[in-house]
Design a protein around this ligand. Structure first.
Ligand SMILES: CC(C)(COP(=O)(O)OP(=O)(O)OC[C@H]1O[C@@H](n2cnc3c(N)ncnc32)[C@H](O)[C@@H]1OP(=O)(O)O)[C@@H](O)C(=O)NCCC(=O)NCCS
Length: 187
């Protein structure tokens, strides 16, 4: 009997007509993940990491491409180029809640990559028993806040100065059917 498992894979059409493939990141993607994060604009780096200083990326790259139990990173690829990553990590004291983060290459913003990544990541999380996503978002990160509000997922923000802490209830199923997902490493 084969012990091979089917890993998640899907496609999404962007607003400019391009089709991206969505799949779980793995160790072979380390270079691409590094390149995506190294080329962020100052603004995008600030929104993603809350700092304008250069970020130590080695640890992040390992976390995204060799996830521990309870962690998952989904990449969006166009013609083999990684253009976005959304990931979650289950919080220690509540296996039903996960913190998520997302970043899309600047030149590919506002085309639907972020929305597609989050929708699919939410569906994957749901199949793994996660019912709630949490994130800290800087209050003037209008694009991120709009993406979340357009998704229409219920949640109450809490305000901590310039930062909004969001807890979002994930829908049980999305309107569009998603392909079957299998599991391999991680939860
Ligand atoms: C925030 C971020 C992830 C959003 O990703 P994105 O790919 O630009 O977002 P999308 O393209 O999915 O959504 C942007 C807009 O397109 C709209 N949109 C997306 N898919 C659509 C579709 N199929 N049809 C119509 N509109 C769509 C969204 O509703 C949103 O609304 P707007 O047009 O009013 O702005 C991205 O800007 C980014 O990487 N920012 C820097 C890092 C960051 O802020 N991370 C968040 C910290 S956790």
């Amino acid at each position: 009997m084969s012990n091979q498992t089917v890993e998640y894979s899907a496609t999404a059409q962007l607003l400019d007509g391009r089709v991206v493939s969505l799949r779980r990141l793995n160790a072979d993607d380390a270079e691409a993940v590094m390149a995506l994060h190294q080329h962020l604009s100052d603004n995008d780096r600030y929104y993603r990491f809350f700092t304008l200083r250069p970020v130590q990326l080695d640890e992040l790259v390992s976390k995204l491409t060799q996830p521990a139990h309870g962690q998952y990173a989904l990449g969006a690829f166009h013609a083999d180029r990684l253009i976005g990553v959304a990931n979650y990590a289950v919080v220690c004291d509540d296996p039903k809640e996960a913190e998520f983060a997302i970043v899309v290459a600047h030149e590919d913003h506002s085309l639907g990559v972020g929305t597609a990544l989050l929708k699919h990541l939410a569906q994957i999380a749901r199949t793994r028993g996660i019912v709630r996503f949490a994130a800290d978002v800087i209050g003037d990160n209008h694009l991120m806040l709009r993406v979340l509000s357009d998704l229409g997922w219920p949640g109450k923000p809490q305000y901590y100065g310039a930062v909004r802490h969001l807890e979002i209830e994930l829908p049980e199923c999305l309107t569009e059917p998603l392909p079957a997902t299998g599991s391999s490493q991680g939860a």
